[in-house]
Design a protein around this ligand. Structure first.
Ligand code: GDP
Ligand code: IMO
Ligand code: MG
Length: 425
């Protein structure tokens, strides 16, 4: 059985927690897009782990892989591996595979990310400044340096020189000086190269890898094609990306789990129809501890948006919803759910593509009762308060998709597996 984990909103839905929980029964956990712009938090018995690049299965000591759809910062990867080692988790060539055709994020990409954001002025995207966009641009521009190049020092030097020559004018214009990192990269290259494999070949060995979890980063509304463009990341974040981002080609026996917060958050700029710029928004931020894992920025908070969810469900082919952070709503007397958009008097049941319409969206709400009792840590569906069950049922009705897992806290154990997914994996 194969499981794809995708964020259905704007990221930070709790993907890391769910991947960790699912991975206890998995043979392989694979990242297929994004890079260290992701911040996935896992809590196991009071210990908190924060991962950016490594698949969350690593905490369970499972075999993990990073696919070619990811852009990989070698410095960030080594730092992450070292951090885990300090926490007693060993990452080596037996439990981590890197696709040999992964494109690298180099120091120049981080500088370009900064310059590009400055150039956008008022319209800055609020990127994580990890060099993600510029690295994908170089990939598509066919100038990128890939892991397989690390084996050949002369070729590597030539490719780095080429890359710098391409961006030279811009760097000079904005007075950015990048220290020579060739020797440093060369020093790391042998170590990194040892992780590399033709992942497409390995991952299609269905006899060996029977239970695979594909771990998405970001969220569907940050997808380069289907998200709130241009306020998006630079990769395809939807489930279709698992095939081109890893080379996996089996279309059968696949569940697509849409990780969904019981409300909505967004970090960085861009449209957010149900955003709450009031006490309730502040409350959700406080109670949900909504601060970015990567940039520590305050996340913007708002009501659940079923219009957006229906769109995500269609785009990803979601089979099951995993509803996270239900406990954050515990104290609210009333809860709003967005059921449609009013844009200049016209009702929309989807988010239109035109950027100039984004600011004109007026959400249409349905109000339901809150349950005003604690759900924190509940791990059996029957123990949930009736009004919380009603809220979940209402969301299911609006999304036309079943909620199979409910999360009531950050810890692995604080999870309700309504449909026995963990048992079946
Ligand atoms: P990801 O990027 O989708 O993996 O999500 P993040 O890790 O960036 O953000 C989710 C945050 O919510 C983390 O701090 C998690 O520990 C926390 N979290 C996950 N599930 C729950 C839950 O059900 N309840 C609460 N209160 N916190 C949760
Ligand atoms: P996880 O995997 C939330 C957002 C940034 C910015 C936009 C573009 O933890 O859910 P980028 O650096 O990718 O060019 O930034 O995308 N963003 C995320 N927001 N969660 C993430 O990842 C994100 N990764 C990128 O804030 O608005
Ligand atoms: Mg995150």
């Amino acid at each position: 059985m194969y499981y794809t984990i995708v964020g259905t909103q704007w990221g930070d839905e709790g993907k890391g927690k769910i991947v960790d929980w699912l991975s206890s029964n998995a043979d392989l956990i694979v990242r297929y897009q994004g890079g260290n712009n992701a911040g996935h938090t896992i809590k196991v018995d009071k210990k908190v782990y924060k991962l950016n690049l490594l698949p969350s299965g690593i905490i369970n000591n499972k075999k993990c892989a990073i696919g070619n759809g990811v852009v990989l910062d070698p410095w960030a990867l080594i730092k992450e591996i070292d951090n885990l080692k300090e926490n007693g988790i060993i990452v080596d060539h037996t439990n981590l595979f890197l696709a040999d055709n992964i494109c690298l994020i180099l120091p120049i990409h981080k500088s370009l990310d900064q310059i590009n954001e400055k150039l956008r002025g008022q319209k800055e995207l609020g990127t994580t400044k990890k060099g993600i966009g510029p690295a994908y641009e170089d990939k598509v521009g066919r100038r990128a340096i890939r892991i397989c190049d690390l084996k050949y020092p002369k070729l590597l030097k030539q490719k780095i020189d080429n890359l710098h020559a391409y961006h030279h004018e811009k760097l000079i214009k904005y007075n950015v000086n990048i220290e020579d990192y060739y020797e440093e990269l060369l020093d790391m290259s042998e170590y990194l190269y040892k992780f590399s494999v033709p992942l497409w070949k390995i991952i299609n060995n269905l006899d060996k890898f029977k239970k695979v979890v594909f771990e998405g980063a970001q969220g569907s509304m940050l997808d380069i094609d289907f998200g709130t463009y241009p306020y998006v990341t630079s990769s395809n974040t939807i489930s279709g990306q698992i095939f081109s981002g890893t080379g996996f080609s089996n279309r059968n026996n696949h569940k697509i789990l849409g990780i969904t917060k019981a409300y909505t958050t967004r970090v960085g700029s861009g449209p957010f129809p149900t955003e709450l710029i009031d006490n309730i928004g502040e409350y959700l931020g406080e109670k949900g501890q909504e601060f970015g894992t990567v940039t520590k920025r305050k996340r913007r908070c708002g009501w659940f948006d079923s219009v957006l969810l229906k769109q995500s469900i269609k785009l990803n082919g979601i089979t099951d919803i995993v509803l996270t952070k239900l406990d954050v709503l515990d104290e609210l007397k009333e809860i709003n759910i967005c059921i449609g958009y009013d844009i200049e008097g016209k009702i929309y049941d989807y988010l239109p593509s035109e950027e100039f319409l984004f600011d004109k969206i007026k959400p249409i709400y349905k109000t339901v009762d809150g349950w005003q009792t604690s759900t924190a840590g509940i791990n059996s569906f029957k123990d949930l308060p009736n009004k919380a069950i009603k809220y979940i049922n209402k969301l299911e009705e609006l999304m036309e998709t079943k909620v199979s897992i409910v999360s009531t806290g950050p810890d692995r154990k604080e999870t309700i597996d309504i449909n026995g997914i963990l048992l079946n994996i």
